[in-house]
Design a protein around this ligand. Structure first.
Ligand SMILES: NC(=O)c1ccc[n+]([C@@H]2O[C@H](COP(=O)([O-])OP(=O)(O)OC[C@H]3O[C@@H](n4cnc5c(N)ncnc54)[C@H](OP(=O)(O)O)[C@@H]3O)[C@@H](O)[C@H]2O)c1
Length: 302
Protein backbone atom coordinates (compact mmCIF):
# COMPACT_ATOMS: atom_id res chain seq x y z
CA UNK A 1 0.00 0.00 0.00
CA UNK A 2 1.18 3.53 -0.68
CA UNK A 3 -0.21 6.98 -0.06
CA UNK A 4 -1.12 9.17 -3.01
CA UNK A 5 -2.84 11.97 -1.06
CA UNK A 6 -2.27 13.99 1.03
CA UNK A 7 1.19 14.33 -0.41
CA UNK A 8 3.97 12.91 1.71
CA UNK A 9 7.11 14.47 3.09
CA UNK A 10 8.94 13.28 -0.05
CA UNK A 11 6.59 15.09 -2.36
CA UNK A 12 6.49 18.15 -0.13
CA UNK A 13 10.27 18.48 -0.29
CA UNK A 14 10.27 18.16 -4.06
CA UNK A 15 7.38 20.61 -4.49
CA UNK A 16 8.93 23.16 -2.14
CA UNK A 17 11.66 23.76 -4.71
CA UNK A 18 9.05 24.37 -7.39
CA UNK A 19 6.67 26.59 -5.49
CA UNK A 20 8.88 28.18 -2.91
CA UNK A 21 6.49 27.04 -0.21
CA UNK A 22 7.07 24.45 2.52
CA UNK A 23 10.38 23.69 4.15
CA UNK A 24 12.64 20.76 3.33
CA UNK A 25 11.64 17.74 5.31
CA UNK A 26 8.23 19.21 6.12
CA UNK A 27 5.90 16.35 6.80
CA UNK A 28 2.33 16.89 5.72
CA UNK A 29 0.15 14.71 7.92
CA UNK A 30 2.52 14.75 10.87
CA UNK A 31 1.20 14.54 14.44
CA UNK A 32 -1.76 16.85 14.80
CA UNK A 33 -3.50 15.75 11.62
CA UNK A 34 -3.70 16.27 7.93
CA UNK A 35 -3.10 19.97 7.82
CA UNK A 36 -0.57 21.96 5.89
CA UNK A 37 -0.25 23.13 2.34
CA UNK A 38 1.19 21.77 -0.83
CA UNK A 39 1.99 24.27 -3.53
CA UNK A 40 -1.15 26.30 -4.08
CA UNK A 41 -3.44 23.48 -3.02
CA UNK A 42 -4.68 23.78 0.55
CA UNK A 43 -5.00 20.51 2.41
CA UNK A 44 -8.08 20.52 4.67
CA UNK A 45 -7.07 21.92 8.04
CA UNK A 46 -9.18 19.43 9.94
CA UNK A 47 -7.53 17.81 12.91
CA UNK A 48 -7.95 14.06 12.53
CA UNK A 49 -5.92 13.76 15.68
CA UNK A 50 -3.77 10.72 15.17
CA UNK A 51 -0.28 9.95 16.33
CA UNK A 52 1.55 10.71 13.11
CA UNK A 53 1.85 9.02 9.77
CA UNK A 54 4.73 6.80 8.80
CA UNK A 55 7.47 8.37 6.73
CA UNK A 56 8.06 7.08 3.23
CA UNK A 57 4.39 6.61 2.46
CA UNK A 58 5.08 6.55 -1.27
CA UNK A 59 6.87 3.23 -0.84
CA UNK A 60 4.61 0.31 -1.71
CA UNK A 61 4.63 -1.90 1.38
CA UNK A 62 2.21 -3.57 3.73
CA UNK A 63 0.96 -1.14 6.34
CA UNK A 64 0.57 -2.31 9.92
CA UNK A 65 -2.85 -2.10 11.52
CA UNK A 66 -1.48 0.65 13.77
CA UNK A 67 -0.57 2.70 10.73
CA UNK A 68 -3.96 2.11 9.17
CA UNK A 69 -5.67 3.01 12.44
CA UNK A 70 -3.71 6.27 12.56
CA UNK A 71 -4.57 7.04 8.94
CA UNK A 72 -8.30 6.50 9.58
CA UNK A 73 -8.58 8.02 13.08
CA UNK A 74 -11.85 9.78 13.86
CA UNK A 75 -11.63 13.55 14.38
CA UNK A 76 -10.51 14.66 17.81
CA UNK A 77 -13.23 15.98 20.15
CA UNK A 78 -13.90 19.70 19.95
CA UNK A 79 -13.99 22.10 22.92
CA UNK A 80 -17.52 20.95 23.80
CA UNK A 81 -16.65 17.26 23.65
CA UNK A 82 -17.05 14.57 21.05
CA UNK A 83 -19.74 15.21 18.46
CA UNK A 84 -21.22 12.32 16.49
CA UNK A 85 -19.24 11.62 13.33
CA UNK A 86 -20.83 9.33 10.75
CA UNK A 87 -18.55 7.71 8.21
CA UNK A 88 -19.52 5.19 5.59
CA UNK A 89 -17.31 2.46 4.24
CA UNK A 90 -18.27 1.15 0.82
CA UNK A 91 -16.64 -0.60 -2.12
CA UNK A 92 -17.45 0.00 -5.77
CA UNK A 93 -16.20 -1.25 -9.13
CA UNK A 94 -14.91 1.18 -11.75
CA UNK A 95 -18.34 1.15 -13.35
CA UNK A 96 -20.12 1.85 -10.09
CA UNK A 97 -21.36 -1.60 -9.03
CA UNK A 98 -21.72 -1.99 -5.27
CA UNK A 99 -22.12 -5.75 -5.47
CA UNK A 100 -21.63 -8.73 -7.74
CA UNK A 101 -23.92 -11.75 -7.54
CA UNK A 102 -25.67 -9.96 -4.67
CA UNK A 103 -22.63 -9.59 -2.45
CA UNK A 104 -19.76 -7.14 -1.99
CA UNK A 105 -17.09 -9.80 -1.38
CA UNK A 106 -16.40 -10.50 -5.11
CA UNK A 107 -15.42 -6.85 -5.64
CA UNK A 108 -13.31 -6.57 -2.48
CA UNK A 109 -9.70 -7.59 -1.80
CA UNK A 110 -7.55 -8.70 1.14
CA UNK A 111 -6.31 -5.13 1.66
CA UNK A 112 -9.87 -3.80 1.40
CA UNK A 113 -10.80 -6.22 4.17
CA UNK A 114 -7.89 -4.90 6.26
CA UNK A 115 -9.22 -1.37 5.86
CA UNK A 116 -12.74 -2.67 6.57
CA UNK A 117 -11.47 -4.31 9.78
CA UNK A 118 -9.57 -1.19 10.78
CA UNK A 119 -12.63 1.01 10.38
CA UNK A 120 -14.59 -1.43 12.52
CA UNK A 121 -11.78 -1.41 15.07
CA UNK A 122 -12.13 2.36 15.41
CA UNK A 123 -15.92 2.55 15.59
CA UNK A 124 -18.28 2.61 18.57
CA UNK A 125 -21.12 1.26 16.48
CA UNK A 126 -21.68 -0.11 12.97
CA UNK A 127 -24.98 0.96 11.42
CA UNK A 128 -26.25 -1.36 8.72
CA UNK A 129 -29.43 -1.86 6.72
CA UNK A 130 -31.45 -5.00 7.33
CA UNK A 131 -31.10 -6.20 3.75
CA UNK A 132 -27.31 -6.20 4.00
CA UNK A 133 -27.59 -8.12 7.27
CA UNK A 134 -29.82 -10.68 5.54
CA UNK A 135 -27.75 -10.87 2.31
CA UNK A 136 -24.32 -10.93 3.84
CA UNK A 137 -25.20 -13.06 6.88
CA UNK A 138 -23.95 -10.53 9.42
CA UNK A 139 -22.35 -11.86 12.56
CA UNK A 140 -21.44 -9.90 15.69
CA UNK A 141 -18.29 -7.79 15.37
CA UNK A 142 -15.45 -9.73 16.94
CA UNK A 143 -12.89 -8.67 19.50
CA UNK A 144 -9.56 -8.04 17.79
CA UNK A 145 -6.50 -8.21 20.03
CA UNK A 146 -4.75 -5.74 17.69
CA UNK A 147 -7.27 -3.02 18.60
CA UNK A 148 -7.74 -3.89 22.29
CA UNK A 149 -5.36 -1.29 23.69
CA UNK A 150 -6.56 1.44 21.35
CA UNK A 151 -10.20 0.75 22.19
CA UNK A 152 -9.61 0.65 25.90
CA UNK A 153 -7.72 3.95 25.79
CA UNK A 154 -10.59 5.46 23.78
CA UNK A 155 -13.13 4.27 26.35
CA UNK A 156 -14.75 1.89 23.88
CA UNK A 157 -16.24 -1.56 24.39
CA UNK A 158 -13.94 -4.42 23.26
CA UNK A 159 -15.90 -4.72 20.00
CA UNK A 160 -18.23 -2.27 18.27
CA UNK A 161 -21.97 -2.80 18.54
CA UNK A 162 -23.91 -3.55 15.38
CA UNK A 163 -27.03 -1.42 14.88
CA UNK A 164 -29.45 -2.93 12.38
CA UNK A 165 -31.87 -0.53 10.72
CA UNK A 166 -35.19 -2.18 9.96
CA UNK A 167 -38.83 -1.21 9.57
CA UNK A 168 -40.25 -4.71 9.16
CA UNK A 169 -38.06 -6.31 11.85
CA UNK A 170 -38.14 -9.37 9.58
CA UNK A 171 -34.82 -10.54 10.94
CA UNK A 172 -33.79 -13.94 12.27
CA UNK A 173 -33.44 -13.13 15.94
CA UNK A 174 -32.08 -16.62 16.69
CA UNK A 175 -28.81 -15.73 14.96
CA UNK A 176 -25.60 -15.09 16.95
CA UNK A 177 -25.80 -11.44 15.82
CA UNK A 178 -28.66 -11.03 18.28
CA UNK A 179 -28.14 -13.83 20.80
CA UNK A 180 -24.39 -13.75 21.49
CA UNK A 181 -22.65 -10.51 20.53
CA UNK A 182 -19.78 -9.15 22.59
CA UNK A 183 -21.56 -5.80 22.70
CA UNK A 184 -25.37 -6.02 22.56
CA UNK A 185 -26.79 -5.56 19.09
CA UNK A 186 -29.06 -2.58 18.58
CA UNK A 187 -32.13 -2.58 16.38
CA UNK A 188 -33.17 0.83 15.08
CA UNK A 189 -36.78 1.05 14.02
CA UNK A 190 -39.84 3.31 14.01
CA UNK A 191 -42.51 3.79 16.65
CA UNK A 192 -45.05 1.98 14.49
CA UNK A 193 -43.00 -1.22 14.25
CA UNK A 194 -44.87 -4.43 15.06
CA UNK A 195 -44.91 -4.89 18.87
CA UNK A 196 -44.56 -8.68 18.63
CA UNK A 197 -41.40 -8.30 16.51
CA UNK A 198 -40.01 -5.78 19.00
CA UNK A 199 -40.72 -8.24 21.80
CA UNK A 200 -38.97 -11.05 19.88
CA UNK A 201 -35.94 -8.84 19.27
CA UNK A 202 -35.71 -7.87 22.92
CA UNK A 203 -36.22 -11.45 24.11
CA UNK A 204 -33.26 -12.45 21.95
CA UNK A 205 -31.10 -9.87 23.72
CA UNK A 206 -31.20 -7.00 21.24
CA UNK A 207 -31.74 -3.43 22.36
CA UNK A 208 -34.52 -1.84 20.33
CA UNK A 209 -34.15 1.90 19.76
CA UNK A 210 -37.10 3.86 18.39
CA UNK A 211 -35.83 6.51 15.99
CA UNK A 212 -38.84 7.46 13.91
CA UNK A 213 -42.52 8.29 14.32
CA UNK A 214 -43.84 5.91 11.65
CA UNK A 215 -42.60 2.45 10.72
CA UNK A 216 -39.31 3.80 9.40
CA UNK A 217 -36.23 5.34 10.94
CA UNK A 218 -35.48 9.03 10.59
CA UNK A 219 -31.72 9.15 9.81
CA UNK A 220 -31.01 12.33 11.81
CA UNK A 221 -32.94 10.97 14.76
CA UNK A 222 -31.01 7.70 14.53
CA UNK A 223 -27.69 9.55 14.75
CA UNK A 224 -28.93 11.51 17.76
CA UNK A 225 -30.27 8.38 19.46
CA UNK A 226 -26.94 6.60 19.01
CA UNK A 227 -25.06 9.62 20.37
CA UNK A 228 -27.40 9.67 23.38
CA UNK A 229 -26.31 6.08 24.03
CA UNK A 230 -22.69 7.24 23.99
CA UNK A 231 -21.97 6.16 20.40
CA UNK A 232 -20.32 9.07 18.64
CA UNK A 233 -17.82 7.26 16.38
CA UNK A 234 -20.35 5.94 13.90
CA UNK A 235 -19.60 3.71 10.94
CA UNK A 236 -22.16 2.65 8.38
CA UNK A 237 -21.53 -0.25 6.02
CA UNK A 238 -24.60 0.51 3.91
CA UNK A 239 -26.22 -0.94 2.06
CA UNK A 240 -27.07 1.39 -0.75
CA UNK A 241 -30.69 1.99 0.19
CA UNK A 242 -29.71 2.99 3.72
CA UNK A 243 -26.74 5.06 2.58
CA UNK A 244 -28.92 6.97 0.11
CA UNK A 245 -31.15 8.08 2.98
CA UNK A 246 -28.20 9.10 5.12
CA UNK A 247 -26.90 11.20 2.23
CA UNK A 248 -30.33 12.73 1.57
CA UNK A 249 -30.77 13.60 5.25
CA UNK A 250 -27.39 15.36 5.27
CA UNK A 251 -26.03 13.33 8.17
CA UNK A 252 -23.10 11.64 6.40
CA UNK A 253 -19.82 13.27 7.43
CA UNK A 254 -17.34 11.06 5.63
CA UNK A 255 -17.15 8.43 2.92
CA UNK A 256 -14.38 5.84 2.87
CA UNK A 257 -14.77 4.50 -0.64
CA UNK A 258 -12.74 1.66 -2.07
CA UNK A 259 -12.61 1.74 -5.86
CA UNK A 260 -11.88 -1.76 -7.14
CA UNK A 261 -10.10 -2.04 -10.51
CA UNK A 262 -12.95 -4.13 -11.91
CA UNK A 263 -15.69 -3.74 -14.48
CA UNK A 264 -18.84 -5.80 -14.08
CA UNK A 265 -21.47 -4.12 -16.33
CA UNK A 266 -25.00 -5.30 -15.52
CA UNK A 267 -27.50 -3.55 -13.34
CA UNK A 268 -25.99 -3.82 -9.87
CA UNK A 269 -26.88 -1.15 -7.31
CA UNK A 270 -24.59 1.83 -6.88
CA UNK A 271 -23.25 2.56 -3.39
CA UNK A 272 -26.12 4.96 -2.64
CA UNK A 273 -29.66 4.49 -3.91
CA UNK A 274 -33.18 5.80 -3.47
CA UNK A 275 -34.50 9.13 -4.69
CA UNK A 276 -31.79 11.50 -5.88
CA UNK A 277 -31.04 14.57 -3.79
CA UNK A 278 -32.14 17.98 -5.07
CA UNK A 279 -28.66 19.44 -4.94
CA UNK A 280 -25.54 17.23 -5.14
CA UNK A 281 -23.69 16.95 -1.85
CA UNK A 282 -20.09 18.15 -1.88
CA UNK A 283 -17.24 16.17 -0.39
CA UNK A 284 -13.50 16.85 -0.38
CA UNK A 285 -10.66 14.38 -0.59
CA UNK A 286 -8.88 13.82 2.72
CA UNK A 287 -6.66 10.91 1.83
CA UNK A 288 -6.01 8.42 -0.93
CA UNK A 289 -4.17 5.14 -0.56
CA UNK A 290 -3.43 2.60 -3.29
CA UNK A 291 -2.63 -1.08 -3.38
CA UNK A 292 -2.64 -3.36 -6.43
CA UNK A 293 -4.79 -0.90 -8.36
CA UNK A 294 -7.39 -0.62 -5.59
CA UNK A 295 -7.90 2.99 -4.46
CA UNK A 296 -8.80 3.61 -0.83
CA UNK A 297 -10.27 7.07 -0.72
CA UNK A 298 -11.47 9.08 2.21
CA UNK A 299 -13.79 11.99 1.53
CA UNK A 300 -15.11 14.44 4.09
CA UNK A 301 -18.22 16.56 3.75
CA UNK A 302 -17.16 20.05 2.68
N1 LIG B 1 -20.43 -2.32 -1.95
C1 LIG B 1 -20.61 -2.16 -0.67
O1 LIG B 1 -19.77 -1.56 0.00
C2 LIG B 1 -21.85 -2.73 -0.02
C3 LIG B 1 -22.09 -2.45 1.32
C4 LIG B 1 -23.24 -2.98 1.90
C5 LIG B 1 -24.11 -3.75 1.15
N2 LIG B 1 -23.84 -4.00 -0.15
C6 LIG B 1 -24.78 -4.80 -0.96
O2 LIG B 1 -26.00 -4.10 -1.00
C7 LIG B 1 -27.09 -5.03 -1.07
C8 LIG B 1 -28.09 -4.71 0.01
O3 LIG B 1 -28.30 -3.32 0.07
P1 LIG B 1 -29.75 -2.65 -0.05
O4 LIG B 1 -29.55 -1.26 -0.47
O5 LIG B 1 -30.62 -3.53 -0.88
O6 LIG B 1 -30.30 -2.75 1.40
P2 LIG B 1 -29.84 -2.10 2.80
O7 LIG B 1 -29.71 -0.63 2.65
O8 LIG B 1 -28.74 -2.87 3.39
O9 LIG B 1 -31.12 -2.46 3.65
C9 LIG B 1 -32.39 -2.00 3.26
C10 LIG B 1 -33.31 -2.34 4.39
O10 LIG B 1 -32.92 -1.60 5.54
C11 LIG B 1 -34.06 -1.18 6.22
N3 LIG B 1 -34.14 0.26 6.12
C12 LIG B 1 -33.50 1.10 5.27
N4 LIG B 1 -33.83 2.36 5.52
C13 LIG B 1 -34.70 2.32 6.56
C14 LIG B 1 -35.38 3.32 7.30
N5 LIG B 1 -35.26 4.61 7.03
N6 LIG B 1 -36.17 2.90 8.30
C15 LIG B 1 -36.32 1.60 8.62
N7 LIG B 1 -35.68 0.62 7.95
C16 LIG B 1 -34.90 1.00 6.93
C17 LIG B 1 -35.25 -1.86 5.58
O11 LIG B 1 -35.31 -3.11 6.25
P3 LIG B 1 -36.65 -3.97 6.40
O12 LIG B 1 -36.89 -4.53 5.05
O13 LIG B 1 -36.30 -5.03 7.39
O14 LIG B 1 -37.72 -3.06 6.85
C18 LIG B 1 -34.76 -2.02 4.15
O15 LIG B 1 -35.42 -3.05 3.45
C19 LIG B 1 -26.47 -6.40 -0.90
O16 LIG B 1 -26.35 -6.97 -2.19
C20 LIG B 1 -25.11 -6.13 -0.33
O17 LIG B 1 -24.18 -7.09 -0.71
C21 LIG B 1 -22.73 -3.50 -0.75
Amino acid sequence: MRRLFPVTDQTATRASGESGGGGAGETVGAPGGVSGSEGSRAVPAVDFGHGGLPAGDLVDREWSLDELAAAYAYPEPGPTGREPWLRANMVSTLDGAAQHDGRSQPISSATDMRVFGTLRGLADVIVVGAETVRHEGYRPARVRAEFAELREAAGQTPAPAIAVVSASLELDFTLPLFTSPVTPTLVLTGAAAAPDRIATAEKAGARVVIAGDGVGVDPARAVRALADLGHTRLLTEGGPRLLGQLVAAGVLDELCLTVAPLLTAGDAQRIAGGPSVGVPRHFELVSLLEEAGFLFSRYRRS
